[in-house]
Every structure is written in C-alpha cells, then in structure tokens.
Design a protein around this ligand. Structure first.
Ligand code: HXC
Length: 495
C-alpha cells in the first residue's frame, strides 16, 4: 500500500492515537493526575515537543499496548534542549515491558549523544509481570545507561504515581528525584505485594510517600504539592544551570552586621545569609526536608550558577551527622561533575557526638565529605561565618583539602576544638577563674580567626557586607581554573 491509501491509513492511526488520548486523560483525571502527554506539554516550552517511536507497541494477551506504556521525545526548557520520557499508567499500569525498555534506552543514548539533560516522568508499577524476565533484562539495560551516563548528562526523575520495583531503582541512580505530595509513592514492593507476602496491611503513602522519602529516607531531593508545581521546579532547576547575562538582580540591601545573634550560642537561620549574598530569588534548595542541619542548593551569583553548602545553626546547632554527610557529599559530586563552582558558608561546631551516630557509621559517612571536597576540581570558596571547629573545619572545604579561597567574618572562630572542652583542659589549674572567663581567654588566645589568618589558613577577614562583592570577584578570578587530575581508573570513595 502506498500513495493516497497509505496516507489515509497513517492519518487514521494518528486520529486513533488522538481519540485514545481523551480516554487516557479521563482515566488519569479520575486519580487526580495528568496524562503522559499532558505532562510533557506542561513541562516543556510550548510547541517544542518532538515525539519518536509513537508506533512502537507491545501486547498483552490479545490486547495491543499502545506505545507500550511510554512516550519518548525531545523538547526545550527555557530554550535549552532536553530529552524526556513519560510513562503512561493507563497502559498496564505504566509497567515496563521489552519495547518500553527499548524506547527508554534509545532515548538515553540519544540524550548522551546530544549532551542534554534526561528527564524521566515516572508513573509505573515496575517490571511487567506478564513479560517476566524480558522486563528484568529491560531494567538492566536502563540501569546500565543510568550509570554509564552518570556525570555525563544530568538525569532527573519526576515521580508522578505509585512507582514500584525497577521503577524506583532507576530513579535512585539518577541525580535528582522529585516527588509529588500525596499522589506519588516509591517502594521496592507495593502494598498489595507486601500484604500478600507478609500479611501486613500498609498504606501506600506511609510505605513510600513523598513526605517519608523527603524527610526520612532521603530518596526524594525535591517535593511539590501538585504536578504543576513539580514541572515548575524542574524548569527552574534546568534554567538555573544555564548562565544568565541579563536581568541580574542583586539581593535587597540588608546589612549583615546585625545578623548574628549577640550571644555565640544563640541560633539563627543560615537561609538569611544565603539570600543576602546571592542574586535575588535565585535559590533552589535540594533535600530541603532531609538533614536540615545542612543546607544545599543551587543559586545564581551575578548570573552564574553556583552550588551552595551551608551549615544551619538553627537545626541541631548545625552539627554534621550521618544524613548531612551523605547529603553534602552527593551534592558536591554533582556540582563537580557538571562544573558548578561551590560556595561553603560555614558555622559548625563539629561532627555529631554520641553512641548512636558512631554505631551507625559516622566515621564512614563523614569521610565522604572529605573525599568529595578533596576530589572536586571546580572553583571552591569557603566563608567562615561564625565558627569552624576541629575535623569539621578541615572537612568542609579548608585550604588544606583544596579550597581556592577561604574567607572569615570578623570575630569568627577557627580552632582545634570548641572553647568548652579546650578551656577545661588548658586552664584546669586556674580554679579562681569562672568557666566563662576561661572560655573567653581561650577564644582570644587561640580561637579567634585572626590567628588562622596569621597562619595564612584564611585568605582574608572580610566585612560581612562585602561578602557578595568579594565572592563575585573571587569566583571570576578562578573561573577558568584547571587542575590536573592524577590518572587512575577511579578512586574508592567510602560509601
Ligand atoms: C503488570 C501491572 C503491574 C505490573 C500494575 N499493573 N503493576 N501490570 N505488571 N508490575 C496493572 C494492574 O494489573 C492494573 O491493570 C493496572 O496496572 C493498574 O493497577 P492497580 O493495581 O489497579 O492500580 P493501583 O491500585 O493504583 O496500584 C498501583 C500499584 C500496584 C501500587 C503500582 O498495581 C502494584 O502494587 N503493582 C505491583 C508493584 C510491584 O510490586 N512491582 C514490582 C514488579 S517486579 P488493569 O488491567 O486492572 O487496569 C520489579 C523488579 C525489577 O519491578 C527489579 C529490577 C532490579
């Protein structure tokens, strides 16, 4: 068949896809969700979507599985090209069969060849049970590409429904996972399988909802209250990575001098420091609800994207624990892989002391921070805001492990340990002095950052209100930094 008939046939097939689209929308709407195509349209710039392999399909019993449950294509976000796959829950629960996997794998190869980010819109019950081991093989092919392209192209997973099995392992291998509150879940096995295997009835939301993964397991880096907000956040993430040369807005002028509380033990929110340094409204926090004692996120500084790592004295006095270590190391490694300079805002009394943390492996986890900073070859700058004690001072981007510049605010403290412990040991024989007097003496004699500046461990003590200006200048000095890296297959990072 060719000519007019072929064209008519083609048009009929296209019309059928259109007609089915309306049914799909209805089915998804019933669950408070959008269809696979609607999602793509909401995510991308208008009219920028080009779809591939629309006619690739699978089958189940005697039923044809249109698209085999996934659509794939290329579009733009703020004019920047991206590759997107979007799983269709209305086709066998978005489960992954042989063709489904083949389409995603092909798209991943295309994204790597094009050198553009890959965004997966996930809504899938995992390996298609009826396709058995062919489905497992399909996941294996996707995982292999997740790993092969890790550090080559950014990979983002958006979870938009109840995702199970392989449908969560692949996102776990990507750089960022975003979940929608109340409508998306991630679990290795869903509630029905858990019930069948163990007899335990558990709600999907408790087993793997957005709140649990964002605040406890750390599997979700970002959350949104709706699909609309989810796509906005992905667009912001992609846009942030692209340098901006116009409409750069400095933060509102507020003096940082009075920002720190009068008493050195009083807490304050480091977010205020961040927003008074970066371009206005440019911060996108990653892992906002997880390990809140440490803040990480992307922002613009004079139009350029930087990754920010900052202690937050407001939560657990900003101490570094297991989860904060993992969160920090993973973020640094993303920044380094994709050439985003790193800024550290430091106010830390140390690693979290205690039996529970030691038993759970604080040494192993904390070592990841040292490894990640020492390994990162992007421009790296630290500003010590109030204090940097002991191992945490060394680990959090000190000059010794490779910071390009370290600055400190006046009156900040850098010392081998906190004044409480040190003063008790050093001045134990001066019983006539109060604890407070001893600590003040220690502060003045050893801990004030001017001692670190004298030893050239700090490159300058800067006026708080000059921080933004100094950082813009410093990052521009080292913009084209090149460090030769020892040739090796790869290091062996503590995990
Ligand atoms: C085939 C599936 C499926 C699957 C869902 N469906 N999951 N079909 N294989 N894995 C189908 C259902 O049969 C149903 O078809 C439709 O999708 C919608 O599913 P429901 O159960 O009605 O929806 P809901 O109540 O919303 O529950 C969604 C769900 C649940 C939580 C995802 O379906 C579920 O628990 N599925 C199994 C999840 C799971 O344990 N997967 C692990 C697979 S093994 P009809 O025709 O009725 O509409 C795996 C291993 C990979 O992935 C390991 C790699 C290392």
């Amino acid at each position: 068949m060719h000519g007019k008939h072929a064209l008519e046939n083609y048009q009929k097939q296209m019309e059928q896809i259109q007609a089915e689209e309306e049914i799909k929308k209805d089915k998804q709407r019933h669950k408070g969700k959008y269809s696979a195509r609607e999602r793509v349209e909401m995510l991308l710039d208008p009219d920028s979507w080009t779809e591939f392999q629309q006619f690739a399909s699978g089958s189940l019993s005697d039923k044809t599985l249109v698209n085999d449950g996934v659509i794939i294509g290329v579009g733009t976000i703020d004019g920047r090209k991206v590759c997107v796959f979007s799983q269709d829950f209305t086709v066998a629960g978005g489960s992954l069969g042989e063709i489904h996997a083949k389409k995603i794998s092909w798209l991943m190869d295309l994204a790597a060849d094009m050198n553009v980010p890959l965004i997966g819109l996930n809504d899938s019950g995992g390996a298609r049970i009826q396709e058995g081991i062919s489905a497992l093989e399909g996941y294996g092919q996707i995982f292999e590409r997740n790993v092969k392209y890790s550090g080559v192209i950014p990979q983002i997973s958006v979870i938009l429904g109840p995702c199970a099995g392989g449908a969560v392992y692949s996102p776990a291998l990507t750089d960022f996972v975003l979940m929608v509150e109340k409508s998306s879940q991630m679990f290795i096995t869903g509630p029905k399988v858990v019930k069948a295997m163990s007899g335990v009835a558990i709600e999907a939301e408790a087993l793997g909802g957005a709140y649990m993964h964002a605040s406890q397991s750390g599997n979700a880096h970002l959350t949104a209250i709706s699909e609309e907000e989810a796509f906005k956040k992905v667009r912001k993430l992609i846009a942030l990575w692209t340098p901006q040369t116009h409409h750069i807005k400095a933060p509102q002028k507020t003096s940082l001098i009075n920002l720190l509380p009068a008493h050195h033990k009083k807490s304050y929110d480091m977010h205020t420091v961040i927003s008074s340094i970066i371009d206005e409204d440019s911060f996108l926090e990653i892992h906002e609800k997880f390990a809140r004692n440490l803040i990480v996120g992307f922002a613009r500084l004079n139009g350029r994207c930087i990754g920010i790592v900052a202690n937050n004295p407001k939560v657990m006095a900003g101490c570094i624990d297991l989860d904060a270590s993992d969160k920090c190391a993973r973020f640094i490694r993303f920044c380094d892989a994709f050439e985003h300079p790193i800024l550290v805002l430091e106010d830390v009394s140390g690693f979290m002391p205690g039996l529970q943390q030691e038993q759970a492996g604080l040494i192993r986890h904390g070592a990841k921070i040292i490894y990640a900073f020492a390994e990162a070859s992007v421009p790296k700058i630290t500003v010590i805001i109030r204090k940097a004690y002991g191992g945490a001072f060394v680990a959090l981007n000190s000059k010794a492990i490779g910071a390009d510049f370290v600055y400190a605010w006046p009156g900040s403290e850098v010392s081998v340990m906190g004044p409480e412990g040190a003063a008790a040991i050093l001045y134990s024989d001066q019983s006539q002095k109060s604890k407070e007097e001893k600590m003040n003496e220690y502060r003045d004699q050893f801990a004030d950052s001017r001692h670190a500046a004298q030893k050239a461990l700090i490159d300058e003590i800067i006026h708080p209100d000059d921080t933004r200006k100094r950082l813009i200048m410093s990052f521009s000095l080292i913009q084209s930094k090149k460090r030769s890296i020892l040739k090796k297959k790869h290091g062996n990072m503590p995990l």
